[in-house]
Write a protein that binds this ligand. Sequence first.
Ligand code: GDD
Ligand code: MG
Length: 368
Amino acid sequence: MTSDNLADTPPGADGVQAVVLVGGKGTRLRPLTLSAPKPMLPTAGVPFLTHLLSRIREAGIVDVVLGTSFQAHVFAEYYGDGSKLGLNLTYVTETEPLGTGGAIRNVLGELTADTILVFNGDVLGGTDVREVLATHRRSGADVTMHLVSVSDPRAFGCVPTDETGRVTDFLEKTQDPPTDQINAGTYVFRRSVIEEIEAGRPVSVEREVFPKLLADGRHIQAHADHAYWRDMGTPEDFVRGSADLVRGIAPSPALGDRRGESLVHEGAGVGPGAVLIGGTVVGRGAEIGPRARLDGAVIFDGAVVEAGAVVERSIIGFGARLGPRALVRDTVIGDGADVGARCELLRGARVWPGVQLPDNGIRFSTDV
Ligand code: GDD
Ligand code: MG
């Protein structure tokens, strides 16, 4: 850390290092994640990970280690040493995915601090990281875990606590959750706890490390709050999170004041009478035809939406094309795919990269 960085380090973050886990395969976001790792998908104009890294930097943390595996080279090519974001970024790559716990253990050689913040790399959040650190310091816990409440906890780690906020159990993806409090994917670890994780084999922090710590009577403290929070791992959540960023509902230090009903990037064209609402984002060099209607649409760079087409809550991959009066709703269109005129794609459809659908090729109605 340089003296310049120290000068603007807020209290509490001094001497803390961060680890971001970015080695997952992002299967639920296929086919977009066939060509790019999930944290690198464009979200309101920058790779998703930039929002998280900016939040880490805003909390005064400079030393960040990326735990990579799947498509590891993409991260280093884009972020380099991290200096553009004011970070000192290093990379540790697993040749075989080691799971969340194994990935944390695998970066130990890069960790010199006693207090280590660990982030799941796919969470869009508004929590003040310094508050989580403050809770950790106050309680003296082995691990402190950020918790949020969600309406359906079954897809997450369910985390009951006692009246003092001490974690009493950890139930990863249970069908019968005893509480709506879930693991929000941000932890503070004492370095010594990371040293205890067995090296060289896949380990799940959720299914092995946390249950074992609790069984051994160790102290895991909760930091619960009501800040903005969303796991971006599914198309529905990715679309919602992107729209929330565009509209300013989700905070991000990476975006500044560029917020509104839609966000159109440089080099993109929007034809007369086109309607862009619901937090729609149009990527660089994309073309939106006359009278097209985009509501909560995520249009990646270079994609083309022809005249009169309708895109609702859907992601259109790099260089893909939607023909005139096509309708896509709650759908993912892969990179370079070509959807013919008047095709209709609804409710969870996923078009694979490069696939060509002829005009009128798929319809949900009989009038053509
Ligand atoms: N380096 C590395 N190696 N990273 C990995 C690996 C691995 O083998 N496996 C997963 N990751 C990374 C992913 O890239 C992601 O950023 C993070 O770890 C979490 O993995 P997900 O696959 O997104 O997990 P999840 O969303 O099903 O569940 C996790 O997150 C929830 C909150 O968003 C769990 O931690 C849940 O308990 C939690 O509630
Ligand atoms: Mg996730």
